[in-house]
Design a protein. Structure first.
Lengths: 119, 286
């Protein structure tokens, strides 16, 4: 079955989504990530969506769910690399992504996560 | 002794005014291409009646129609009112002008009936005048259409010019907005801002609305949408240059900018952006 790789970097989990997200893939990611979080006790989750051209409301909701689950498991979620058209569409749809921090790229996302974790 | 034609005119104005008015209204209502849904018959009748009364009045005072003179001032006022109304009602320039020109037919008709002038000559005169009027109106239409084109083009150019995204510092973008923010413009502003954000990887954007004349609920909503889109991409936005009156109006309207950072001036916003990035501006020690 197709899965999105989750990399363990320091105290963070790094997820780079390089393929088109479909609903099944998104739910799988949510499950896997939760398991990895409890296994690794990571403090932060970095999701890179810079390769995604389309993010629909379902995917956006899954990202929101991931953030909430991570919060319960004591980790912060940062979403990085959203493309301009995606941002415009999400705003148009009224999606707000509660509880998810955002950053422009992985580098800035890591800085932000470290800042949040070390607070 | 007055000219024979003047006598006829006086006769018409004195005796046949009612008939003239009636015929005029009738001819307008039944003319080809008259769009009855644009104007009520009562309104048209009232306009015609005022026009005929004023026309007789002004014409007997001064034959030459000088619209700036006192004699023709009431007529100028009436025509201004009618023309303005017709613009809003959706009449074309020709249709608006035809309102006045269409009086000629019933008037000529009455003159023909009352005078002993050669029927054939008056008939030919009428035809020539009709042709010339049509040609004249055509030029007006073309002129206006051309003007309209120029205005449309200028508006488009203004759109392109009016949303520049400038880089103020490493990682700090400035977006001065001048003029009203409507949906179409917000779209453009948002697009160019997000594209620049992604290409320069800037963390902070200062949206300066000093040049926005009015902020209503819709404008505020557009602003918030732009800010949220930038936030989704991982950039922070500061709104600066909200004038006191605008702040008052916004509170009055119950417009909320959410948790967007606002600063009174561009300078204050730049200072905030520097602080956010851990920068400081210091004088050079000599």
């Amino acid at each position: 079955m197709e899965r999105i790789p989750i990399l363990h970097v320091g105290t963070l989990l790094l997820v780079t989504i390089q393929v088109d997200m479909h609903d099944r893939l998104a739910t799988n990611l949510q499950e896997d990530l939760t398991h990895r979080l409890s296994e690794t006790h990571a403090k932060g989750v970095l999701i890179d969506i810079s390769a995604l051209d389309i993010v629909d409301s379902y995917i956006a909701r899954i990202v929101g769910n991931i953030a909430q689950t991570s919060r319960i498991l004591d980790a912060h979620t940062v979403l990085v690399g959203m493309r301009p058209p995606v941002a415009m569409t999400l705003v148009e749809m009224g999606v707000t992504l509660e509880g998810v921090s955002t950053a422009l790229n992985i580098d800035k996302g890591m800085l932000l996560l470290n800042k949040i974790i070390n607070k | 002794m007055p000219e024979p034609l003047d006598q006829v005119l006086h006769l018409i104005f004195d005796e046949y005014q009612e008939q003239l008015l009636e015929k005029w209204v009738e001819s307008q209502l039944h003319s080809d291409g008259f769009r009855s849904y644009l104007v009520q018959e009562d309104e048209l009748r009232e306009q015609c009646s005022s026009f005929v009364t004023l026309f007789v009045n002004c014409f007997s005072k001064k034959n030459h129609p000088d619209m700036t003179s006192d004699a023709w001032a009431p007529m100028a006022a009436l025509l201004t009112d009618i023309a303005k109304r017709r613009t809003n009602q959706g009449f074309t320039p020709s249709e608006t002008a035809t309102f006045v020109f269409s009086l000629k037919r019933p008037l000529f008709h009455l003159i023909k009936e009352q005078s002993q002038a050669d029927a054939k000559v008056t008939e030919r005169l009428w035809e020539i005048s009709l042709v010339l009027d049509t040609l004249g109106l055509f030029t007006t239409e073309v002129y206006l259409a051309t003007r309209e084109e120029v205005i449309t083009r200028q508006r488009e150019e203004m759109f392109e010019l009016s949303c520049p995204v400038v880089q103020l510092w490493d990682g700090v973008l400035g977006l001065p907005i001048i003029g009203t923010l409507d949906s179409k413009r917000t779209q453009l502003v948002m697009e160019s801002l997000l594209e620049t954000l992604s290409s320069t990887q800037s963390e902070i954007t200062i949206i300066d609305i000093t040049g926005v004349p009015v902020v209503d609920t819709l404008t505020a909503q557009h602003l918030i949408r732009t800010v949220s889109a930038a936030q989704l991409m991982g950039a922070r936005c500061i709104i600066s240059g909200i004038r006191p009156q605008i702040a008052q109006t916004m509170v009055h309207l119950g417009v909320s900018l959410g948790d967007v950072v606002t600063k009174s001036t561009m300078a204050a916003a730049i200072k905030y952006a520097f602080e956010f990035q851990g920068l400081e501006v210091n004088p050079i020690n000599k």
